[in-house]
Design a protein around this ligand. Structure first.
Ligand SMILES: Nc1ncnc2c1ncn2[C@@H]1O[C@H](COP(=O)(O)OP(=O)(O)O)[C@@H](O)[C@H]1O
Ligand SMILES: O=c1ccn([C@H]2C[C@H](O)[C@@H](COP(=O)(O)O)O2)c(=O)[nH]1
Length: 284
């Protein structure tokens, strides 16, 4: 009971953080509605009247969007299993001008005010899964809502994979209590219904779990030393169901699959070969 109350308090703190950062609550509710939309001071969040892009499923009428965000910029999410090579891929494209690269905020997940929710989750997922995933959801939402500085944004993972892969995995494996799953799901549904989170293309780095296991050991991140091959197999299966079979959760954007079991040199070649397809997201 006490644990559940603590989670609710944490969730309220999270949404207050988002609203405070983007000044949504006072300015939104104090806003005046005109025929052309809502007028708000610069830097605040506004509701947009419509947004539809061909090739994507998102129609964002009436959703919150941060003022000053250029909705014409393309957003490409790099998805894949743990240690599949997402950061390495982003590093490669970061050398291209006009591409803004946002890596996952893992450093925050390892240190929030002196606490390490990533390590806690791996030590005791039943207790700390909701704590980590609440913070992952908040920090990824923050990434999605950052004002864009280039015509193309590439970001590592998304609020969608946090929910459809990692939260689902914790719940389906019996490591997340049903009440925690229900609360996280309600949050996710509210956020994605009310806030504009456009994604134009998903690039899926498709690896075997064995490859990821080897790369994980090579990377040697302290918190991840306890990850067994079976964990990577579960995450792999969820990714395949979502992005290849397209049978589990809704797709926020079209998917480009890049086989990623190859060595680094071949991967860089693959990225170059797919560069035009990836950057074509800018013209959708
Ligand atoms: N194609 C590759 N072949 C071999 N090792 C790789 C390859 N791509 C990445 N690595 C290494 O594997 C580890 C995980 O890669 P990383 O890009 O951090 O994965 P992710 O961001 O998906 O977790 C790192 O040590 C990285 O140097
Ligand atoms: O929603 C999430 C997203 C990520 N994680 C974990 C998985 C890894 O241990 C780290 C970072 O992932 P990378 O694939 O190495 O970038 O965070 C999670 O538990 N939940």
């Amino acid at each position: 009971m006490l644990v559940a109350a603590g989670h609710v308090r944490l969730l309220f703190r999270c949404v207050r953080h988002v609203f405070a950062k983007y000044a949504v609550a006072p300015s939104l509710f104090g806003a005046v509605r005109h025929n052309r939309g809502i007028e708000l001071p610069a830097g605040s969040v506004r509701r947009i009247q419509s947004r539809a892009r061909s090739g994507t499923q998102h129609f964002t009428t009436g959703k919150l969007v941060r003022n000053g965000v250029d909705n014409k910029a393309a957003v490409i999410c790099i998805e894949g299993n743990i240690a599949s090579g997402k950061t390495t891929c982003l590093e490669y494209f970061s050398k291209t001008s006009n591409i803004e690269v946002l890596t996952e905020p893992v450093s925050k997940w390892r240190n929030v005010r002196g606490h390490n929710p990533l390590a806690l989750m791996y030590q005791d997922p039943e207790r700390w899964g909701i704590t980590l995933q609440t913070y992952v959801q908040l920090t990824l939402l923050d990434r999605h809502m950052l004002a864009r500085s280039s015509p193309v944004r590439m970001m590592e993972r998304s609020i969608f994979s946090a929910k459809y892969i990692f939260v689902e995995n914790l719940f389906k494996s019996g490591k997340m209590p049903e009440v925690d799953y229900a609360v996280l799901s309600e949050w996710f549904d509210w956020l994605t219904t009310n806030i504009s989170i456009p994604v134009d293309l998903i690039v899926y780095l498709q690896t075997s779990p064995q490859t990821c296991h080897e790369r994980l050991e090579q990377r040697c991140r302290e918190e991840e030393k306890v990850i067994p091959l079976e964990y990577l197999e579960s995450i792999h299966q969820l990714y395949e169901d979502w992005l290849i079979k397209q049978s589990s959760s809704p797709l926020p954007a079209p998917v480009l699959v890049i086989p990623a079991d190859y060595d680094l040199q071949k991967m860089l070649h693959q990225y170059e070969e797919n560069r035009d397809k990836i950057l074509a997201a800018n013209n959708l």
